[in-house]
Design a binder for this molecule. Structure first.
Ligand code: PHI
Ligand code: ZN
Length: 416
């Protein structure tokens, strides 16, 4: 077998090339028991009822909720921390639960806020997300899951007062610890009675409101999306508008994703056609009200979202990176045959390494160490093609030249 390198003349390209073997298949995601998730909601409802009707920051119903969650996780083999913080003159708590094992430098976090507003028991907002991730964590334990990534679950305090618990947590991490958190899934309101099926718009494909999440958010979105596609449920995006606990994570560059079934927003007729339910009514008519009880839940929405959470956790945390079976960085010649059939008309540029010069214009525009560069006269006439030449010839790779950077820029903002 011989291989070939060809290149046009106007540009000099150096593109690392790698061929990978298919990754080992991830563990099969479980079906999370709706009955078990609802049993947690019943417990949270009882806690609220026994504590003045709410589970709000600084009220006894909050700490009782935190202790309920922590007790189950401790019994299941998680390493748990009750992280306290102060807000508004009261002590708040996050429950953080680490599943032993996995790569300590590659952490996947999954979180939900556990506090309610003072007006009610907060069963959809956000007993639903809290119970769904709790049951997912307990299933990790039952299955003795051995993920490649390190898994960390969190239940946040004082979200309703401005994301106080999640902000305190992110603030508490050193830059080194923060850099180890490679992704964060957030679940806030996943059982709305007049549900929509929203997935956080990590890639900003909707082009509304805030821009995309940190690099990697698109992949988290795609993973959740894949689950809903597999069960034939249409989804729509929801903007990273900062209204839930992913906010402090994306603010420090941690990719985030999550689902949402709607709050005070009103379902349109198009959405009712898509998902059923009642148009002209809020997704959650009891949002932040006393009637946000165990009666304020769509079992279907809660069940689908709990399964989506488990799918996302299993898929993301147990995926093994592909094995590199061959690679060439083109930093040195590894002995490829250039222009073996003598048909390349280029008179220069064959098998040359790009060594761009540093350029400045009111500051550095290009470093002298860049491994790839293009000239303003580059076009598709310039190319790197890799062909496997034998009794038949197969082109296995092509990168065409262009007089612009090949990576995408953030969507530009316009002004009037
Ligand atoms: N966190 C808000 C409600 C809300 C949840 C809004 C999720 C947006 C999203 I995405 C509250 O608790 O009131
Ligand atoms: Zn709320």
């Amino acid at each position: 077998m011989r291989s070939l390198w060809t290149m046009g003349m106007a540009a000099i390209l150096a593109i690392p090339l790698a061929f990978t073997a298919p990754s080992a298949s991830a563990a099969v995601p479980p079906d999370i028991s709706l009955t078990a998730v609802k049993a947690h909601l019943t417990q949270l409802q009882s806690i609220a009822t026994a504590n003045g009707g709410n589970r709000a920051h600084g009220r006894p119903g909050y700490l009782a909720s935190a202790n309920y969650v922590k007790g189950l996780l401790d019994g299941a083999g998680f390493t748990t921390t009750l992280q306290s913080f102060t807000y508004g003159g009261a002590t708040g708590y996050n429950v953080v639960a680490d599943w032993p094992g996995g790569d300590p430098n590659d952490i996947l976090m999954v979180g939900a806020h556990l506090d309610s507003v003072t007006a009610g028991p907060g069963i959809n907002d956000n007993g639903s997300g809290s119970a769904a991730i709790l049951e997912t964590a307990l299933e990790v334990s039952r299955q003795s899951l051995a993920p490649t990534k390190h898994l960390r679950f969190a239940w946040w305090g004082a979200e309703e007062l401005g994301l106080r618990g999640s902000q305190a947590y992110v603030n508490s991490l050193s830059a080194t610890e923060r850099a180890k958190v490679k992704g964060y899934y957030n679940f806030d309101m996943v059982g709305s009675p007049n549900a929509g099926y929203f997935v956080y718009d990590g890639d900003n494909s909707d082009g509304v409101g805030s821009g995309p999440g940190p690099a990697g958010s698109a992949q988290l979105e795609a993973t959740l999306q894949a689950y809903f596609t597999s069960i034939g449920v249409a989804t729509r995006g929801t903007d990273f508008d900062g209204r839930s606990d992913y906010g402090p994570f994306i603010a420090v560059g941690i990719p985030a994703g999550g689902t949402f079934t709607g709050a005070e927003g009103v379902k349109t007729s198009a959405q009712a056609t898509l998902w059923g339910g009642t148009s002209g009514q809020a997704f959650d008519p009891c949002y932040h009200r006393a009637c946000d009880t165990t009666a304020n839940i769509s079992d279907t929405a809660l069940n689908r979202n709990a399964d989506a959470i488990a799918y996302a956790v299993w898929t993301t945390a147990t995926a093994t990176p592909p094995t590199i079976v061959w690679q060439d960085t083109f930093e040195t010649s590894t002995g490829w045959t250039t222009n073996p059939s003598g048909t390349d008309t280029a008179t220069s540029g064959q098998w040359e390494r790009g060594v761009p010069q540093a350029t400045t214009s009111s500051g550095a525009k290009q470093l002298g160490t860049t491994v790839s560069a293009h000239g303003s006269n580059s076009s598709t006439a310039d190319f790197l093609r890799v062909k496997v030449v034998g009794s038949t010839t197969t082109q296995v790779f092509q990168q065409l030249g262009a007089a612009s950077n090949p990576w995408s820029r953030p969507a530009s903002t316009t002004s009037r």
